[in-house]
Design a protein around this ligand. Structure first.
Ligand code: SF4
Length: 304
């Protein structure tokens, strides 16, 4: 198979996903994040090595023909996929033959203020953008962007894009120990996300060896940070809970109080609730005191 295509992999959130790499040969990114899983590399404002559109389209078409029933085609890159100069043409072509397969792009969010990029992203079913920091100091330290990139412009671009986009806008925040895992940064992120109103916010931490010497936050810390966000936001913890995690014997009242502070996902419930608490939870669900809501493939439970 072509090196631009990887997978398919089964994901709990998106189903059977086939990946497309828009920079298969080398890392081409306008960030140099401390947590990147790729080698550290000089930041670039544009791609210098470009895969021809024609070959990319035929690779994708072939892959969709040989792998039946792909739920989602995930556009990504060794670096930043929106730096691909023919992104708009590419998604136009994909939309002609993708059938029932959904499209998703994973971007670091850096180019979202660019109308040309917005025009292309509007054609995806789901757009996932990273936003690790809401303040410039934190952003520069953690994501190490190319010198021309401005965080305020990114935030304005996200707000402008949200106004015109009718698909699923997902935000991803990656927390790193002693960098963005503090209350002040979370408060600023929360303030911005309340304005943005994304479909869902995935929070996680480093789970593969990073490019630089930094440390992940614990699952418990992620859980604690999740309560720093407003209960109207759908916050999903994307990092897997350790099996050693202590489980809690929540009473029905405690379950309702917790859900009022933050809607929980199925994974949260499995990770945090004791058997007894899960029984209480099921009873509250059956009598309608708790309701469930799907947020782009993730089920959230909240107080009715
Ligand atoms: S945006 Fe992604 S590819 Fe680019 S440096 Fe950060 S983690 Fe690596």
């Amino acid at each position: 198979m072509s090196k631009t295509i990887f997978g398919p992999v089964n994901s709990r959130r998106f189903g059977k996903s086939l990946g497309v790499d828009l920079s298969p040969g080398t890392k081409q990114c306008n960030f140099d994040c401390l947590y990147c899983e790729l080698e550290p590399a000089k930041t670039l404002a544009s791609q210098s090595s470009v895969v021809p559109l024609k070959s990319l389209v035929s690779d994708i078409q072939e892959a969709l023909e040989s792998h039946k029933n792909i739920d989602v085609l995930t556009i990504t890159a060794n670096g930043e996929p929106t730096l691909y100069p023919y992104l708009d043409e590419l998604i136009e072509e994909i939309n002609k033959f993708k059938g029932n397969t959904k499209t998703l792009i994973l971007s670091n969010g850096s180019t979202i203020a660019d109308p040309v990029v917005q025009k292309a992203l509007l054609k995806f079913d789901s757009v996932k953008l990273s936003l690790d920091c809401a303040t410039a100091k934190c952003f520069k330290k953690l994501d190490r962007p190319e010198s021309s990139i401005d965080l305020e412009q990114i935030k304005e671009g996200m707000l402008a894009f949200k106004k015109i986009y009718s698909g699923n806008l997902l935000i991803e925040i990656l927390f790193v120990k002693d960098l963005n895992d503090n209350e002040q940064e979370v408060a600023k992120l929360n303030e911005f996300l309340l304005q943005l109103q994304p479909t869902r916010v995935d929070i996680g931490t480093i789970d593969r060896p990073p490019a630089y010497k930094i440390s992940p936050v614990s699952y418990e810390k992620l859980h604690q940070l999740s309560f720093g966000f407003d209960s109207s936001l759908h916050i999903a913890i994307a990092t897997k809970a350790p099996t050693s995690l202590e489980k809690f014997d929540y009473t029905k009242e405690e379950i309702l109080n917790t859900l009022a502070r933050r809607p929980l996902t199925q994974s949260d419930i499995e990770a945090l609730f004791s058997k007894e608490a899960q029984k209480h939870f099921q009873e509250l669900l059956s009598c309608g005191k708790i309701v469930k809501q799907d947020s782009s493939g993730v089920l959230f439970y909240k107080v009715a």
